[in-house]
Design a protein. Structure first.
Length: 141
């Protein structure tokens, strides 16, 4: 998601309504690099819109994913996270603090061609596992 306004414009273009809840959701995620889980997004929005339901937030996240404004990240052993950065990139996951960080590395573009005709590749995710710099520099790490 490049900007909340752009995401809302794309919703309108696809014939979807831009509700106050969807506006709040797009604004809450704009520029977020922490890859929040749905509950974090809900808490963030509920602090400014106390009557919003979890179901509305979950449905809104699903809608933004469906129109390509948000990316769902499924990391083994972790809740689904959401990434507003939808252009090709990969992630590093810290096994100590659980942080998920963007990196510019991504799989080679020719990889789907190498898979061949037996499988129609629709996307790929790369998650590198290790310990982030902050955790490595902590005493008793």
């Amino acid at each position: 998601m490049k900007s909340a306004e752009e995401a809302l414009r794309r919703l309108r273009k696809k014939g979807l309504r831009v509700t106050p809840q969807r506006m709040a959701l797009a604004k809450a995620l704009e520029g977020d690099t922490r890859h929040p889980v749905a509950e974090e997004v809900y808490q963030r929005i509920a602090s400014i819109m106390p009557t919003i339901s979890r179901a509305t937030v979950y449905k809104g996240l699903e809608t933004l994913c469906n129109v390509g404004e948000l990316q769902e990240l499924k990391v083994a052993g972790d809740a689904v996270r959401y990434d507003p950065k939808t252009e090709a990139h990969s992630h590093c996951r810290c096994r100590k603090c659980g942080g998920l960080f963007d990196i510019s590395f991504c799989l080679p573009e020719k990889l789907p061609e190498r898979v061949g005709d037996d499988f129609g590749v629709e996307g790929a995710e790369t998650i590198l596992h290790g310990i982030c710099k902050r955790c490595r520099e902590e005493p008793n790490a």
